[in-house]
Ligand binder design. Structure first.
Ligand code: F6R
Length: 613
C-alpha cells in the first residue's frame, strides 16, 4: 500500500527519498511524488503516475530538486483515480503546508465541506488534500505551532493515517503524526529520517523510534522530538532493527517470490528453533503463555485475512485434533462487523505477516474490548498488531517483499503446529513422548521442503503447458482443502487465471457444471482417511473432460493411474502436510505467472500490506 519517506539533514534529500521509495515499491502503488526544499525557498514538488522510474524520468537531473529537506510518497489509489493530480505530496493553496499521507480519512467529505465554506478550493479527489488543508486552516486561524495545529486537526479527523508535513515557516523541518498506519523515525548523526516501513531507511540507519497512535514527531537536522496529543514532550525508546539489508535484495533470483520460496527451509527452521529447546521441549515463555492459561482455554478464535486466514483454516484441524480445543476461523473483515457471542475463556489468535492489516488489527481490538485474551502470530517486529496483542509469537521469516506471501505463510503454519502440540501436551491429550515425536516431525519439515524445491523443473514444465488456462479448480478434503485454498490464491493473484478451491465433496452440489473438456483440476490427496473419496471426486471431473493433476505423498503411487500429471511430496505426519503440499502449488503459481510474462512480485491491483479496509 502507500509508502512514506522523509529526510532532513546534512546531505541532499532527493536521492534519499527516491532510494527509499524504490525500497517500498514492493508494497504496491500506482503513482509517486516528492517535495524537496532548499532552505527557505518554496518546495519543488514533482509527481507522476506510474513507477518510480517514471518519476525519476520526470525529475531529470537531481539539480532540479536541490535541498536538504524533503518528503516522498508512493500512492495506492483509494480516493480518486491514479493520476498525477491525485498523487502526493499535496499542498495548501499558498504552499504554507505541504504533506504526504498514508491511510484513510473517513470524514474527509465533512472536512472538505467545512473548509469550502471557509474559502478553500480543492484540486484533487483525495482525502489527503483535506487533512493538509485542515492543518493549514488551524495553523493560520489560531496562529499556533505546527505541533499544536496538527494535534487540533487529528482530534477532528476520523480514520487511520500516517502524516508527514513541511511548513513554509519552518525550513529544514518535518512534522509527523500517526494513528493506525505505521510510521518509524530513524536517526544517524545529523540525519533524521521518517518512513512508513523499515526497508525504506535501512540503507542509512538501523536505529529507529516507533511512534504510537495519536503521537507526533518533529524532525530537524541533528535531532528529533516526540509529543503526545496534548502537545507535551514525551520520551521514546530507540530500537535496533536486526534485519539484514541484504535480506531485502533479490540475491541472484529473478524475482523476490522465487527467492522467498527458496528461503522457506531456513525461515521455517528459524521459527521452529525460536520455541523448540533441548530435548524437543516447546518453550512458550517468550510468547508469554503460561500452562495455567493454556489449561483454561475453552475455545480458540483464529482471525486473519487472505493467506493468513488460510493458515487458520489448515491449523484448525491440527489444533482441534492435537489440543482438543474447538476452533472457529473467521475472516477479519467479516468478524469486525459481526455481533458474535464470544466465550470468555477463549484465546483469539490473530495471524498477520505485516502486523498492520487494518481488518486484522480491528478484529484484535474487538477481541480485546470483549475481554478475550489475544495472541498474535506476526512477522514484523514492532508492528501494530504485535504491540497491541497480549501475547506475540514472532515468526522468523525475515523481510517478505513479494506481494504474494510464501515464506511468511509457511512460518505461520509451523507456529500454529507447535502451539497445537504444546497445548495438547499441557492439557493432557498428548504424552511427553507423543509430543516429542510430533516435534520431531515438525523439525523434519525444512529439509523436506528443500527436497521438493529440487524438483521444481518438472513443475515449471507443467506450468508452461497450462499458462493459457481459463479456469483451474483445486479440490481436496479436510487439511487438503485448506491447502487448496492457498494454492488457488497463489495461482490467481499472480497469474490472473481464474481459479477456485473447492471442498471435493461439494463439487457435485453445483460447481461441477463448470468443468468442461480440458479444464485443469488439481486434486490434493495427502490425508489417508479421505484419500479414496477425493480420488473419486477427481474421477468424476475427469469423466466430464477435466485434465487431472494429482498432488500426494510418496507411496501413494496409485494416484498416477488416475491423474495425467502427479507430484509427490515427502511423507510427514498428516497433521503437517500443508507445509509440504503447498510448496509445489506456490511454484506452480510462480511459473504460470512467469510463463505469462507478468509482474510476479507486484501483481496488478494488489498491495503487500493492506492498511485500509
Ligand atoms: C496473498 C497475501 C495476502 C495476505 C493478506 C494478509 O499472497 O499475501 O492474502 O496474506 O493480505 O496480510 P497479513 O498477513 O500481512 O495480515
Amino acid at each position: 500500500m502507500c509508502g512514506i519517506v522523509g529526510y532532513t539533514g546534512a546531505g541532499q534529500a532527493a536521492p534519499v527519498l527516491l532510494d527509499g521509495l524504490s525500497k517500498l515499491e514492493y508494497r504496491g502503488y500506482d503513482s509517486a511524488g516528492i517535495a524537496v526544499r532548499d532552505g527557505e525557498a518554496e518546495p519543488v514538488i514533482v509527481k507522476e503516475k506510474g513507477r518510480i522510474a517514471d518519476l525519476k524520468k520526470k525529475i531529470g537531473s537531481e539539480d532540479n530538486v536541490i535541498g536538504t529537506c524533503g518528503i516522498g510518497h508512493t500512492r495506492w489509489a483509494t480516493h480518486g483515480a491514479p493520476s498525477e493530480t491525485n498523487a502526493h505530496p499535496h499542498h495548501s493553496d499558498d504552499n504554507a503546508v505541504v504533506g504526504v499521507h498514508n491511510g484513510i480519512i473517513e470524514n474527509y467529505e465533512e472536512i472538505r465541506a467545512k473548509l469550502k465554506k471557509k474559502g478553500y478550493e480543492f484540486y484533487s479527489q483525495t482525502d489527503t488534500e483535506c487533512i493538509i488543508k485542515l492543518v493549514d486552516y488551524y495553523y493560520k486561524k489560531y496562529q499556533e505551532t505546527p505541533i499544536e495545529a496538527i494535534a487540533r486537526a487529528i482530534l477532528r479527523v476520523r480514520g487511520s493515517y500516517a502524516l508527514c508535513l513541511m511548513f513554509a515557516d519552518y525550513p529544514g523541518e518535518i512534522f509527523c503524526a500517526r494513528n493506525g498506519s505505521p510510521m518509524i523515525i530513524g536517526m544517524t548523526g545529523e540525519d533524521a529520517f521518517v518512513a512508513s516501513d523499515v526497508p525504506a531507511i535501512l540503507n542509512y540507519t538501523r536505529h529507529v523510534y516507533y511512534i504510537d497512535n495519536m503521537e507526533m514527531a518533529h524532525l530537524k537536522k541533528g535531532g528529533v522530538e516526540f509529543f503526545n496529543i496534548d502537545g507535551d514532550r514525551i520520551e521514546k525508546e530507540l530500537v535496533e532493527i536486526k534485519w539484514d539489508a541484504e535480506a531485502a535484495e533479490k540475491g541472484g533470483y529473478e524475482h523476490f517470490m522465487l527467492k522467498e520460496i527458496h528461503e522457506q527451509p531456513k525461515a521455517v527452521e528459524d521459527t521452529i528453533h525460536s520455541v523448540v529447546k533441548d530435548g524437543n521441549r516447546i518453550d512458550l515463555s517468550g510468547v508469554g503463555l503460561s500452562e495455567e492459561e493454556i489449561k483454561k482455554i475453552s475455545q480458540i478464535y483464529i482471525v486473519a485475512c487472505g493467506s493468513a486466514y488460510h493458515v487458520g483454516v489448515s491449523s484448525q484441524y491440527v489444533l482441534e485434533d492435537l489440543a482438543g480445543i474447538p476452533v472457529r476461523v473467521e475472516l477479519a473483515s467479516e468478524f469486525r462487523y459481526r455481533s458474535m457471542p464470544l466465550l470468555q475463556d477463549a484465546l483469539a489468535i490473530i495471524i498477520s505477516q505485516s502486523g498492520e492489516t487494518a481488518d486484522s488489527l480491528e478484529a484484535l481490538r474487538k477481541m480485546k474490548a470483549s475481554g478475550i485474551k489475544t495472541l498474535a502470530i506476526v512477522n514484523v517486529v514492532g508492528s501494530s498488531i504485535a504491540r497491541e496483542a497480549d501475547h506475540v509469537f514472532y515468526t522468523l521469516a525475515g523481510p517478505e517483499i513479494a506481494v504474494a506471501t510464501t515464506k511468511a505463510y509457511s512460518t505461520q503454519l509451523v507456529a500454529n503446529d507447535l502451539l497445537a502440540i504444546e497445548f495438547g501436551r499441557v492439557r493432557g491429550l498428548l504424552t511427553d513422548e507423543e509430543a516429542y515425536r510430533l516435534v520431531e516431525e515438525v523439525k523434519s519439515i525444512p529439509e523436506k521442503i528443500a527436497t521438493i524445491l529440487e524438483d521444481k523443473n518438472r513443475i515449471q514444465w507443467f506450468a508452461s503447458k497450462f499458462a493459457n488456462a481459463h479456469d483451474i479448480f483445486f479440490i481436496g478434503r479436510g487439511i487438503d482443502y485448506a491447502t487448496c485454498m492457498e494454492g488457488s490464491l497463489k495461482c490467481k493473484e499472480i497469474s490472473y487465471i481464474h481459479s477456485e478451491a473447492y471442498a471435493a465433496g461439494e463439487l457435485k452440489h453445483g460447481t461441477i457444471s463448470l468443468v468442461e473438456e480440458g479444464t485443469l483440476v488439481i486434486g490434493v490427496c495427502t490425508q489417508s482417511e479421505v484419500f479414496e473419496k477425493t480420488v473419486s471426486n477427481m474421477v468424476e471431473t475427469a469423466s466430464r473432460g477435466a485434465y487431472l493433476m494429482g498432488l500426494t505423498t510418496e507411496d501413494n503411487y496409485s494416484l498416477e493411474d488416475v491423474a495425467r500429471f502427479t507430484v509427490f511430496v515427502p511423507k510427514v505426519d498428516e497433521h503437517f502436510s500443508t507445509s509440504l503440499a503447498v510448496v509445489p502449488l506456490q511454484l506452480l503459481g510462480y511459473y504460470i505467472s512467469l510463463a505469462r510474462g507478468l509482474d510476479v512480485d507486484k501483481p496488478r491491483n494488489l498491495a503487500k500490506s493492506v492498511t485500509v479496509e
